[in-house]
Structures are given as C-alpha cells and as structure tokens.
Ligand binder design. Structure first.
Ligand SMILES: CC(C)(COP(=O)(O)OP(=O)(O)OC[C@H]1O[C@@H](n2cnc3c(N)ncnc32)[C@H](O)[C@@H]1OP(=O)(O)O)[C@@H](O)C(=O)NCCC(=O)NCCS
Length: 179
C-alpha cells in the first residue's frame, strides 16, 4: 500500500484552504464565479453548500495572496468522501491547481478515517478522468444518462483507503476505461 499523495512532487506554489462556513461573502462569490465559468448547466452556490454540515469546500490560489482560481466541493458522510466537483478557471488550467485540490482532499481523507472516496465524471471528460486516474481512482461502474443536460453517462470512480493508516488500498477497474 502507498500513501495517497506519495510519489508526486508537492505543489508548493498552489495555496489551498478549507473554507469554513464563516467565509467572507467575497470569497464565496469568488467560488461561485469559478463555478459559473466552469459549469454551463450546473447550478452551484458556495453559501448553500456550506450550510450543509457535511460539506467540505477547498479553495485554491495559484500562489499565496493571489485571487481564487479553483475549488473542490465534497461531502463527508460517515467514512466516505464524495467528491462532487473540482474546477479550475480556464486561464489557470494545467498549473497543478486541481491536482493540489485533490491532494488536499486526500490528505483530509487520510487524517479523518475515510474508507472510500467516490466521484462521478462525464464519460467524455478526458481531462478530469486523467486527473483522477493519476491519483489511482479506479472505474467502478457506469450510470447511464446520469447528466440531465446532455443525457451523457457518468463513470463512477472510487479510491479505497485503509482508514487506520490512510494508505491507498490497491484496486482494479471493474471495466476498461480510456484515458
Ligand atoms: C478537470 C480540471 C479540474 C483540471 O484542472 P487543472 O487545474 O487544469 O488540472 P491540473 O493542472 O492540476 O492537472 C493535473 C493533471 O490532470 C490531467 N489533466 C488536466 N487537464 C488535462 C487536459 N486538458 N488533458 C489531459 N489531461 C489533463 C493531467 O494528468 C494533469 O497533469 P499534468 O499537467 O502534469 O499532465 C479543469 O480542466 C476543469 O476545471 N474542467 C472543467 C470542470 C470539470 O470538468 N471538472 C471535473 C468534474 S468531474
């Protein structure tokens, strides 16, 4: 078994914070703006999300003090972290921001006795699938027509952790998946 963030260089330039529900309106508005820029058909409100005690919202700046450029929203329920979305502003992509956000959620999971991380991703979203594959997520199943806007299938992906050690439990794809 290996640690969930093992073997990858730390993304020290990217500054990540876990936003509390007392975050400033400006900060929450910045997260909403990122969501609007990244998801055409999905409604998102950081304020509404943070009203749920089980929601975890990480925000990323490309460097300390810079404006927010990405976020990751997840629900922590019992021993599961369900990653609902990760997003980086288009001009700030391919700088390790989503990876740093995912790494932060993995560190959180390792430290909070999480047993599985789960997520759904559009079958056509090669960038996101590559991001998750690089982190050792495995293909668990297909949810037919999951996305109401286009009717596209979702691929369910899973990463299992040993809740005691926080190490990744090796898994395998349940069906072939293209990267
Ligand atoms: C997917 C997304 C979050 C990636 O954000 P990002 O900050 O650009 O990602 P990173 O720079 O951290 O990339 C990490 C790795 O992901 C993979 N990746 C990211 N973008 C990719 C692309 N366009 N094509 C192929 N692989 C890609 C690569 O393996 C990359 O590592 P590398 O740059 O060393 O090759 C971003 O493209 C985005 O916001 N997309 C729209 C929202 C979305 O689809 N979110 C996922 C919902 S499930």
């Amino acid at each position: 078994m290996k640690r969930s963030t093992e073997g990858r260089p730390p993304r020290e330039a990217v500054a990540i914070e876990l936003l509390p529900n007392t975050s400033s309106p400006d900060e929450l508005a910045a997260v909403d703006a990122i969501a609007r820029a990244c998801f055409e058909n999905e409604a998102f409100s950081a304020t509404e999300e943070l009203s749920r005690p089980w929601a975890r919202l990480w925000a990323a700046r490309p460097s300390e003090g810079a404006p927010l450029a990405g976020f990751l929203i997840a629900w922590h329920v019992a021993d599961e972290l369900h990653v609902l979305n990760v997003a980086t502003l288009p001009p700030m992509r391919r700088r390790g921001i989503a990876r740093a956000l995912m790494d932060a959620s993995l560190r959180y999971s390792s430290g909070n006795k999480i047993r599985i991380l789960l997520l759904e991703v559009r079958r056509s979203n090669r960038a996101a699938i590559k991001l998750y594959r690089d982190l050792d997520f495995k293909a668990l199943g297909v949810r037919k027509g999951y996305y109401a806007d286009t009717g596209e299938d979702a691929i369910e992906m899973i990463l299992a952790l040993d809740p005691e050690s926080g190490m990744i439990v090796p898994g395998r794809d349940e069906f072939p998946i293209d990267d």
